[in-house]
Design a protein around this ligand. Sequence first.
Ligand code: URA
Length: 240
Amino acid sequence: QSMSENRRTPLRAFKQHLEGLSALGVTAVPREAHRAPSKTERLGALAHEVERCRRCPLYRTRTHAVVSDGSSNARLMFIGEAPGRDEDLQGKPFVGAAGQLLTKMIQAMGLRREDVYICNVLKDRPPGNRTPEPDEVEACLPFLREQIAIVRPSVICVLGAVAAKAMLGPHVAITKIRGSVCEYEGISLVPTFHPAYLLRNPDAKKFAWADLKLVKKILGNKQPRPADRSSRGGQATSNT
Ligand code: URA
């Protein structure tokens, strides 16, 4: 036999795999068995886990867990603090007054809300919208890390001190680091002010706008990723 006949080509490897299955008495495999789950499917499974989560006491007072809004193929991800009253009632992040401002900020960047990915550090509302406790952040953070690992955006924009500390460490000060390009797991990360802070301090909007322009610039400088093609019939292109 020549070298080329012995080479383990993909076809030969597949035949050997089938022969192995056959030797084990397997006569049929489900059509779906060889397909990796799509981002949407992985995020769906994660959402299911979040909805059943009891890692901290906030599950007792939630109406809905709030996981995310937007596109699983987004190149830009926004991370806020925690759901408020409106978000808890609707099960969707950033739908109250701060959310309406965030939507306007996204549109001012020339983007559509449905093309970015929006989530929070905490998935359940802290009673009375109090600031999240460190142990609540610690309990919930694995979900956020998983969301980032699945979506793999080109840029993350963190909104406010709680999200900035969760991603970069407890000692960062949002007033010091806003508008700088940081990094999380190889992804560019830009911290800016939280929209709720901007509603209370409209003078700070000009700084937030400068930060968003920086985000746009980084997005423009990065090559769009190939779309997630593992979902048949799923979104084939990434718009953001
Ligand atoms: N503030 C946040 O940080 N997140 C929301 O979803 C709403 C308000």
